[in-house]
Design a binder for this molecule. Structure first.
Ligand SMILES: NC(=O)c1ccc[n+]([C@@H]2O[C@H](COP(=O)([O-])OP(=O)(O)OC[C@H]3O[C@@H](n4cnc5c(N)ncnc54)[C@H](OP(=O)(O)O)[C@@H]3O)[C@@H](O)[C@H]2O)c1
Length: 341
C-alpha cells in the first residue's frame, strides 16, 4: 500500500523521522506492506520542496543541516500537493514549533488536511492541547485519523495503549513527570551542577523546545497536561487553563535541601476529572515513584476505574523516540486501513 506523506516542519524531529523512515524502509515494506513516499516538505524559513513522484528527503535534510534552504521556487501549499495525491494513504506529518499562545498555524495545518480527507500525525502538542475535541470530531466526520502519540511521552505509547489495550476503561486522574528538560536540570542541580549548563546540554541535544523558556516556565508540561485532560478526562481546555509554575536558577537550593531530607523535587503535572490541571515543582518523598525519575526519564500514572493505577515510564529520551512515535502512528493508520476494507 502506497502512503504519500507531506511534512510540514522539518526541524530536529521532522529530519529524524525522514531518516527513520529510510532506515526502516525494508521492514515497513516486508512486514507491513507499506511503501512511503514524501511528496512535500515545508518549513517556515528554510523554504519548501514538492514532487508528486517523491522527494529525496535525506538530501533535503543534509541541505538544511548545511545551512542551505530548500527549493525556494516552490510556492505551493504542501496540503494541496497531498490532497491531489491518488495514493491509498495520504498523511500530513506535522512537526512545527509549539506556539503556546494559540497554536493557530499548527491547528490550521491539521484542520486543512483533515478537511481534505488526509490523515494527520503530529508530534506538536498544540493542536490537541488547544482544539482536541473539534479536530477529533472533524477527523471522525471525514473518516480519517488524527494521531499525536509523540506529543506527550515521545515514543512511549500512551494514547495507543489506552485506545487499543484498555477499551471501556475510564481514567479518573493522571499524575506524572512529562518534561525531560526540567527533569534533567533538577537531577543535575540536586547534585550541585550548574543550572544553565544543564539547560544548555538539553538544547544541544535538540531535546529542549526551540524556545527553552517553554520548558523551564512549565508551558511544555502545561500543554501536555492539557492534551491529557482533553483526551482522557473529557476536558475542553487549553494550556492557559492549567495552574502552572515553572522552575528557575534558584531551584537548586530547594532541590539540594530536599535531597538532604531524603526527598526529591520534581516538576509534576497532574489532573483530576472535573478539576483544573496543575503543573508545579513538588517535593516528593523518596518512595514516590516519580521521585526516582532521573535525567530525561518520564513517567505517567493513570488512575483508572478498572485497572487501578497504570504506570507508563520511559527511562531515557531522545529524538528517535519522537520520530518513532510518528512512525508508530503511521502504522496505526496502515492497520486501520486494513480493518476498514
Ligand atoms: N525535540 C523533541 O525532542 C520533541 C519531543 C516531542 C515533541 N516535540 C515537538 O515536535 C515539534 C518539532 O520539534 P523540533 O525539535 O523538530 O523543532 P524544530 O527543530 O524547531 O523544528 C520546527 C520546524 O517547524 C518549522 N516551522 C515552524 N513554524 C512553521 C510554520 N508555520 N509553517 C511551516 N513550518 C514551520 C520550522 O521551520 P524553520 O526552521 O524554517 O523555522 C522547522 O522546520 C514541536 O512541536 C515540539 O514541541 C519535540
Amino acid at each position: 500500500m502506497l502512503a504519500d506523506l507531506a511534512l510540514i516542519g522539518f526541524g530536529n524531529v521532522g529530519r529524524r523521522f525522514a531518516r527513520l523512515l529510510d532506515e526502516r524502509r525494508d521492514l515497513l515494506s516486508h512486514d507491513y506492506g507499506l511503501e512511503c513516499r514524501i511528496v512535500a516538505i515545508a518549513t517556515r524559513r528554510h523554504g519548501a520542496v514538492c514532487d508528486a513522484s517523491g522527494i529525496d528527503a535525506l538530501a533535503a535534510a543534509t541541505r538544511i543541516e548545511s545551512g542551505e534552504a530548500l527549493d525556494s521556487d516552490f510556492r505551493g501549499n504542501a496540503i494541496d500537493v497531498l490532497s491531489r495525491s491518488t495514493a491509498a494513504l495520504r498523511v500530513l506529518i506535522e512537526t512545527t514549533t509549539l506556539d503556546i499562545e494559540s497554536a493557530t498555524a499548527a491547528r490550521q495545518h491539521v484542520q486543512l488536511a483533515l478537511e481534505a480527507g488526509c490523515h494527520v500525525v503530529t508530534a506538536n502538542k498544540g493542536p490537541a492541547a488547544f482544539a482536541y475535541r473539534e479536530l477529533a470530531d472533524l477527523a471522525r466526520r471525514r473518516a480519517v485519523m488524527f494521531l499525536f502519540e509523540g506529543a506527550v511521552m515521545d515514543g512511549i505509547p500512551v494514547f495507543n495503549l489506552v485506545r487499543e489495550s484498555m477499551p471501556t476503561v475510564a481514567i479518573e486522574s493522571f499524575r506524572g513527570v512529562v518534561n525531560s528538560t526540567t527533569n534533567h536540570i533538577l537531577t543535575a542541580v540536586e547534585e550541585g551542577a550548574n543550572y544553565e549548563a544543564a539547560l544548555a546540554r538539553m538544547q544541544q541535544a535538540g531535546i529542549a523546545e526551540a524556545d527553552p523558556s517553554l520548558d523551564v516556565d512549565g508551558w511544555d508540561a502545561a500543554a501536555k497536561a492539557a492534551v491529557l485532560a482533553n483526551v482522557f478526562l473529557d476536558a475542553r481546555i487549553s494550556p492557559h487553563d492549567v495552574d502552572r509554575t515553572g522552575i528557575g536558577p534558584d531551584i537548586g537550593e530547594w532541590a539540594r535541601a530536599a535531597t538532604g531530607r531524603g526527598c526529591r523535587v520534581r516538576l509534576v503535572a497532574s489532573g483530576v476529572r472535573g478539576q483544573q490541571p496543575v503543573v508545579r515543582p513538588v517535593e516528593l518523598p523518596r518512595d514516590d515513584l516519580l521521585a526516582g525519575l532521573r535525567n530525561m526519564a518520564n513517567a505517567l500514572i493513570l488512575d483508572t476505574d478498572t485497572l487501578g493505577r497504570v504506570v507508563i515510564s520511559q527511562l531515557d529520551g531522545g529524538l528517535i523516540h519522537t520520530a518513532y512515535a510518528l512512525l508508530s502512528d503511521l502504522l496505526t493508520i496502515r492497520r486501520q486501513a486494513d480493518r476498514a476494507r
